[in-house]
Design a binder for this molecule. Structure first.
Ligand SMILES: [Zn+2]
Length: 326
């Protein structure tokens, strides 16, 4: 859930962003460990594949419209392990997901109870690489209750945890999220603390957690700030994501940030770690990620439960070789 921000104190864009010059990172591979593809069009998959994104993680999140019944959750989780994974595969991008009850929806306790009952049916499925994104939004008692219950579920399932940190009172919310994870006996090396900024990164790294950064226009991190963070803190246990969703966001944030890092003299090795390798290392603790699965051949004539991604008379793209450029 990356969409609970307010625009009150941030200016809306006054001008169009500069065009993305892919030449600086041409040939590099990227892993976006946090992107809400359900909210995106199929064109975004095409653009991500063209920019070198070979795999991604889609965390379960809040759709904006409040869900009123358990079947909405069931269908949503099913789409994350079903249709969405298929749609991604049609562009040669390996799709993983994390499954969880997000903090905003934890505040509807009657429904949250029912969601907790079905979560075990999904977290053990193929391609589920963690419990997420969970944590705090408003830091209510209900949010804490379901955060704790889901930490226990992650521990039982042997899965990493993807923690959403709140937009309001972020520093305190981040500290509390880490304290509680430790209280529940989780190894910080299995916990990815997301949406960090300059205020939280040092403590997250010092305490042994993974520090993820969301490059998201206007509300989280800009990629020029991100360049400075990597210059200061290096590349160990740091990863970058787009968290692109139905808000004003950018599914090319990872390759664009890589390009900016390259232009600012950050080494190719450090760029590879923060835009590809570290996310794989962290989430592969699920036992669900195998790089050999990346870059599958594209066959858009394939169908998922009888449905294709093609509309009308569109012609399928069928590639004979991998789209990986190496
Ligand atoms: Zn999110």
């Amino acid at each position: 859930m990356c969409c609970s921000h307010s625009f009150e104190d941030k200016p809306l864009p006054g001008q169009k962003p500069e065009a993305f010059d892919i030449s600086a990172v041409k040939g590099m591979k990227f892993f976006d460990p946090h992107v809400h593809m359900t909210s995106r069009t199929t064109d975004d998959y095409q653009a991500m594949a063209d920019a070198g994104v070979v795999a991604l993680i889609e965390p379960a999140f809040w759709l904006g419209q409040p869900r009123t019944g358990i079947d909405s959750f069931r269908d949503y989780y099913s789409s994350l392990v079903g249709w969405e994974r298929f749609r991604s595969s049609q562009f040669g991008i390996k799709h993983y997901c994390t499954i969880g009850l997000n903090s905003r929806e934890a505040n509807n306790e009657a429904l949250a109870e029912q969601v907790m009952e079905i979560l075990p049916l999904f977290v053990y499925k193929d391609g589920v690489v963690g419990v997420g994104e969970i944590g705090f939004d408003d830091q209510t008692a209900a949010e804490e209750k379901y955060y704790r219950l889901q930490l226990d579920l992650a521990k039982e399932a042997g899965l990493p945890v993807q923690v959403h940190t709140p937009h309001r009172d972020k520093k305190h919310g981040t500290q509390r999220s880490m304290d509680i994870a430790l209280e529940h006996g989780l190894d910080p090396y299995t916990v990815i603390i997301d949406h960090n900024n300059e205020e939280t990164v040092k403590e997250v790294l010092d305490r042994g957690f993974w520090a993820a950064f969301t490059i998201y226009p206007f509300t989280k991190m800009g990629n020029q700030r991100m360049v400075e963070v990597v210059k200061q803190y290096g590349s160990e246990r740091i990863m970058i994501n787009s968290a692109a969703d139905w808000g004003i966001s950018d599914p090319l944030a990872v390759p664009k940030t890589a390009a900016l890092m390259k232009l600012n003299g950050i080494s190719a090795e450090d760029i590879e770690l923060v835009t590809y390798r570290n996310a794989i290392t962290a989430f592969a603790q699920s036992g669900q990620i195998d790089e050999a699965d990346f870059g599958v051949n594209i066959d858009q004539s394939a169908k998922f439960e009888g449905n294709s991604i093609l509309r009308g008379g569109q012609q399928p793209r069928v590639d004979k070789s991998s789209i990986i450029i190496s």
